[in-house]
Design a protein around this ligand. Structure first.
Ligand code: AMP
Length: 288
């Protein structure tokens, strides 16, 4: 496994891989790896000749007052995990390497972002697609792997790649959870002990919402209210949003038809946690 920090070196490696007909799987992350990231790496490993992992805490996707300064980091451990999961190249650029001069472009994401994290975190997805455009050009992957924990990100990135005709397959991977149901997240490290005990209520609330639909509740508002009430009763976190929308379009719906996403964000003292479930008109969970 090689660790590369230079853009030109990574790009010349990727171009050589492309020329020699190697298929490249790419897993972009912000590091502090956990089993969610590992699942993405394993999926990439299973499908490609070469696996590139990037670790870059992208300042462009953090808003003012968000947790950029507290974002957990552990490079040495990340390298060990990468090696154990068969990664060939870790691309680990510095902020200066990625953004040596102020960008002249200002990308806007105008669909799929007026709700959920796109609404709560203005500019977040513009930052995500900007860094991904750079990383895609640097690493030139055939497949790029993303977790459904960030389902809105999957929806936005899929649309972005379609809009700009990147020759890249976007592969969505199911959310990996702790034994008690909490979605694995680097941010879980910033929960207090008490908050950690409360946090599984987020997934339980999503289940309560979906169960309500399966038991005949058809009102989108009533389902959202059940989810809110449960989280408010079980945690000290502040609900940022509970949304039920079409997926992947993320449009408002009056009725649950085709695929929908029930998504939640809860702000704890130092960690904002998100989770979701995507299901169809029968209530059956749609994977990946
Ligand atoms: P991050 O480092 O948080 O930016 O995440 C990098 C990638 O890992 C993103 O595609 C995430 O959706 C994915 N990911 C994070 N947590 C999980 C999880 N619990 N299960 C599956 N994928 C995840």
């Amino acid at each position: 496994m090689r660790v590369i920090s230079s853009v030109t070196e990574m790009q010349s490696i990727s171009m050589n891989l492309k020329r020699s007909d190697h298929s490249v799987g790419f897993v972009p992350t912000m590091g502090y790896l956990h089993e969610g990231h590992e699942q993405l790496l394993d999926a990439a490993r299973a499908n490609h000749d070469v696996v590139i992992l990037s670790i870059f805490v992208n300042p462009l996707q953090f808003g003012a007052g968000e947790d950029l300064d507290h974002y957990p980091r552990d490079e040495a451990r990340d390298r060990q995990i990468a090696k154990a999961h068969g990664v060939d190249y870790v691309f680990l650029p510095s902020e200066r390497t990625m953004y040596p001069t102020p960008p002249i472009l200002d990308i806007q994401v105008v669909r799929r972002t007026d709700a959920l994290c796109g609404k709560s975190r203005p500019g977040h997805f513009a930052g995500v697609v900007t860094v991904l455009a750079k990383l895609f050009n640097i690493c030139q992957p055939d497949g790029a792997y993303f977790g459904m924990k960030d389902a809105q990100q999957v929806a936005v990135v899929t649309g972005f790649v379609e809009d700009l005709n990147f020759p890249i397959e976007i592969v969505a991977v199911e959310t990996v959870r702790e034994a008690d149901g909490l979605a694995k997240s680097s941010r879980n490290a910033n929960l207090t002990k008490q908050e950690r005990l409360e946090a599984p209520a987020i997934q339980q609330a999503l289940k309560i919402g979906r169960d309500a639909f399966m038991n005949g509740e058809t009102s989108v508002e009533a389902i959202k209210q059940k989810v809110k009430t449960f989280i408010e009763g079980e945690t000290h976190g502040k609900i940022d949003y509970v949304e039920l929308r079409s997926y992947p379009e993320l449009e408002e719906i009056a009725l649950i038809e085709d695929h929908v996403i029930l998504a939640v964000a809860v702000q704890f003292k130092k960690a904002r946690l998100i989770d979701n479930v995507v299901f169809d008109h029968t209530g059956t969970v749609v994977k990946g």
